[in-house]
Design a protein around this ligand. Structure first.
Ligand code: FES
Ligand SMILES: [Fe+2]
Length: 389
């Protein structure tokens, strides 16, 4: 597809139309490989991305690996206590250096031909390279990626992140500058977590991953519909939420959906109490909180029509094993219900009848906000590419 066609696909959506008159982004944005390729750069390489849990890289030598929209990343705590991140791509033939999901190491040894890097990313060992000319180890370290810690999470930014006044922060910069950039990106989520002491006493319990046959945005849209589908798709959850009090607030890179819970039957009623807060962070991270219960959902794009949703479950210390199991079961039930509608939507977005749809002005301001942000980002990135040509 020529860039002219990508340009016309993107031009089919006007992000400045207000909610009451707006339509969704068109179906082609969920099916076009060119839009998907643009998103990998303009969205996923230009946002802070959650890549793992902080406790996994708490001690010197501990590392974790992740994949950010197809880019392998390695996060490692150095002997000096500094947390660093790199592209997990060997300078020799582009194999991944570390293939384990996490672990502890004194050096990083590429699994392909055995080149070794130290924990600061410097190339140290190069087997059988005598006689190679114009080759300097110091020019062949692992490329650094910006990394910062917030809450129980580790975050990376594949391109140099920006400070509030717009200056780019180098990946290896002092931690507080990177943390400042991350805090700005997280916006109201930071003060919410501080005020609520949202992470105090929470412990990670389990992870579940789901592969979905849908574009990553279908999952985000479904999450952001302001509770519009709760009564129809999630009958058990509907019983536990005070739907009349359900609110959606859009601010910065976040959308917060919240509602008080109400007493209800069964595992859902037992495990869903207090105030429900559903945070979405542009573009692909969700944090769901109830009294003593939190889970995060990370939506990993795998292909234009496939994504993986990774759930991490956290519970308050005092919570018993039985409660935890029931709570995870409740989340899994809701997830299975969501998977059904998401995959059905993707099939029909690829069909011949549907191009765009309208938004409920009462409920769907969050989804519209997402489309506005995405539309602006993609259109401006595509304009930038064209101007540079
Ligand atoms: S690709 Fe890493 S040593 Fe060859
Ligand atoms: Fe849902």
């Amino acid at each position: 597809m020529s860039s002219g066609t990508l340009q016309s696909l993107l031009a089919a959506f006007d992000p400045e139309v207000p909610l009451e008159r707006a339509s969704t982004i068109p179906n082609t944005w969920y099916t076009s490989p060119d839009v998907y390729a643009l998103e990998r750069d303009a969205v996923f390489a230009h946002t802070w991305q959650m890549v793992g849990r902080r406790e996994r890289v708490a001690r010197p030598g501990q590392f974790l690996t992740a994949d950010v929209a197809g880019e392998p990343v390695l996060v490692v705590r150095g002997e000096d206590g500094t947390l660093r991140a790199f592209f997990n791509v060997c300078r020799h033939r582009a194999a991944r250096v570390c293939t384990d999901e996490c672990g502890t190491a004194t050096k990083l040894r590429c699994h392909y031909h055995g080149w070794t890097y130290d924990l600061a990313g410097n190339l140290r060992g190069v087997p059988e390279f005598d006689g190679v000319e114009n080759f300097r180890r110091e020019d062949n370290g692992l490329p650094a990626v910006a990394v910062a810690e917030w809450g129980p999470f580790v975050w990376v930014h594949l391109t140099p992140p920006r400070e509030p006044h717009g200056a780019a922060v180098k990946p290896g910069s002092a931690g507080d500058r990177l943390r400042g950039s991350l805090d700005t990106f997280l916006g109201p989520l930071v003060s919410w977590a501080e005020t609520r002491k949202a992470f105090d006493g929470l412990k990670w319990y389990a992870r579940r991953s789901y592969d979905l046959a849908c574009n990553w945005k279908v999952y985000a849209d479904n999450y952001l519909d302001g509770g519009y589908h709760v009564n129809t798709v999630h009958p058990a959850l509907a019983g536990a939420l005070d739907y009349r009090e359900y609110r959606t607030v859009c601010d910065g890179h976040t959308v917060l959906q919240s509602a008080p819970t109400k007493p209800s039957e069964g595992d859902t009623g037992r495990t869903r109490t207090g105030d429900a807060a559903y945070w979405w962070l542009y573009p692909n991270f969700m944090l769901n909180s109830y009294a003593g219960v939190m889970d995060t959902n990370l939506v990993l794009p795998l292909a234009v029509d496939r994504c993986r949703v990774v759930f991490d479950f956290y519970f308050a210390d005092a919570v018993g094993e039985e409660f935890k199991r029931q709570s995870v079961d409740v989340a899994e039930q809701v997830q299975q219900e969501d998977i059904g509608v998401c995959e059905e939507v993707q099939r029909n977005l690829s069909g011949r009848s549907y191009t765009t749809g309208r938004f409920s002005a009462k409920r769907e301001n969050g989804g519209h906000y997402f489309h506005q942000m995405l539309g602006r980002e993609l259109q401006s990135a595509e304009r930038g590419t064209r101007n540079a040509e």
